[in-house]
Design a protein. Structure first.
Length: 58
């Protein structure tokens, strides 16, 4: 048997699991994308601003 105490903590155990790494990577990638999509949807929902028609010179 091994007489040395275990050095792993809960965080160290969690970081070793592949699902934790996958979820962390997904949060890094999808977080900003979701924020950008939300901002674009909000901008598209805004009423259109009609620009004045340009005057033609004769």
């Amino acid at each position: 048997m091994n007489d040395t105490p275990e050095r792993s903590t809960t965080w160290a155990d969690a970081l070793r699991r592949p699902w934790t790494a996958l979820c962390a990577a997904a949060a890094v990638v999808l977080g900003p994308a979701a924020h950008t999509a939300s901002a674009l949807m909000q901008a598209n929902a805004a009423p259109l601003r009609h620009a004045p028609t340009p005057h033609r010179r004769l």
